[in-house]
Design a protein around this ligand. Structure first.
Ligand code: HEC
Ligand code: HEC
Length: 325
């Protein structure tokens, strides 16, 4: 009897999965042809784009970085050259975004770059693996995304051919539902600026616990998002909600600014060597360059959140780390 029930259950499960796969294979992603825009380059846009390329994390994933130094700085001569990303489902590389005509972003039109960044569709009409955070960048304003493209065009060429990405079955089917067409995004209103900056700079993504790799909105900014730096070495994001015991409840605005300012010297002169178990994915080296007004807007936004009690051990695999509570 039990056996029959089990067989029946198995049959239903197999049919169910088969049905879902059949459904997903026929489903086409929400996509459009790349817009035929030509981005006008100005010195202001290039400067703004350079800042965003750092603070929004593009430089981290699309460059060769040094894992032996604090904050994983970009290696000299490694900016924008792209790299294969190991341990993902398939062969996946963060592409070369330098202006190299054969292996870099010079191969892509401005419209293709904008569509890839905000809509998650590659130049070849492929759905991008969502480690490329287009689900966050879809809120990036037209002005900001065009500034990023203006800056990308100035990155000195590095010839670095990478294997074309191929996302493994069935993950390639499940990610089809993620892209969304994004036509036009205005600059955020003054009152929405903190939330906007926390979104496009990854604060929301990294500081929110995830389920199936996506942040859980009801636990926004409560920390506990685990990042694996190597096998058995993790770093965990801090709780940024106003909870007094486990979050930033007792922090003042000047303390918040000072915390970011601490890393200015590292950003200017290069960060020190540090053991992997004390290293961090928190982009201190890039975020220390955020203007005070941006940090103040982010802090004000964090203050409006519900306090969530969530004690976090930031470096759980470091010998001397105590729980933060
Ligand atoms: C967390 C890592 C990560 C971050 C942050 C990130 N990328 Fe990516 N990016 C990737 C990966 C991985 C791919 C390849 C995905 C694939 O091939 O399926 C990718 C793909 C792309 C592509 C697609 C090129 C094409 O048409 O095939 C562009 C353009 C791009 N990224 C630009 C950017 C820019 C600009 C930023 C910052 C605003 C950025 N990326 C931030 C990891 C990242
Ligand atoms: C790539 C992931 C990532 C992004 C993006 C990120 N953080 Fe973090 N953050 C972390 C991790 C992990 C830690 C804990 C390790 C550490 O302190 O460096 C942390 C720590 C912090 C701390 C220190 C808290 C404490 O108790 O000492 C603050 C403040 C902070 N982040 C604010 C921000 C803000 C604001 C943003 C956006 C502008 C942001 N983070 C973006 C991962 C991230």
């Amino acid at each position: 009897m039990i056996r029959r029930v089990l067989l029946w259950f198995l049959a239903v499960a197999v049919l169910g999965i088969g049905g879902t796969v059949a459904f997903l294979s026929h489903r086409s992603p929400d996509m459009r042809t790349a817009p035929s825009i030509k981005v006008a380059s100005t010195p202001e846009r290039i400067a703004r784009g350079e800042l965003i390329f750092g603070t929004a994390g593009c430089a981290d994933c699309h460059s060769e970085t040094d894992p032996t130094r604090f904050g994983f700085p970009v290696k000299d001569g490694g900016l924008g050259k792209g790299k294969p990303i190991p341990e993902l489902p398939g062969t996946i590389a963060a592409p070369n975004l330098t202006s190299d005509p054969e292996t870099g972003a010079a191969r892509f039109t401005d419209g293709q770059l904008i569509r890839a960044i905000r809509e998650g569709i590659g130049y070849d009409d492929r759905v991008l693996f969502p480690m490329m955070p287009f689900t966050e960048y879809r809120e990036m304003s037209d002005e900001d995304v065009q500034s990023v493209v203006a800056y990308i065009r100035t990155i000195p060429p590095i010839r670095n051919a990478l294997p074309p990405s191929k996302v493994m079955f069935p993950v390639n089917l499940f990610i089809k539902s993620l892209p969304k067409v994004v036509e036009s995004v205005p600059q955020p209103a003054h009152s929405g600026r903190g939330a906007y900056l926390a979104k496009v700079n990854g604060c929301y993504f990294c500081h929110t616990p995830t389920e199936r790799d996506q942040p859980v909105p009801s636990k926004a900014f409560s920390g506990g998002h685990v990042f694996s730096l190597a096998k058995d070495v993790r770093v965990v994001s801090a709780n940024l909600t106003p909870d007094r015991d486990t979050g930033l409840g007792t922090w003042t605005e000047p303390q918040f600014l000072a915390k970011f300012a601490e890393y200015k010297d590292y950003a200017a002169n290069g960060p020190p060597k540090i053991g992997l178990e004390y290293n961090t994915v928190m982009p201190w080296l890039a975020h220390t360059r955020l203007p005070d007004d941006d940090l103040k807007a982010i802090f004000a936004h964090l203050r409006t959140l519900p306090a969530i009690a969530n004690p976090v051990v930031v470096h759980p695999d470091a010998p001397e780390e105590k729980p933060r509570q």
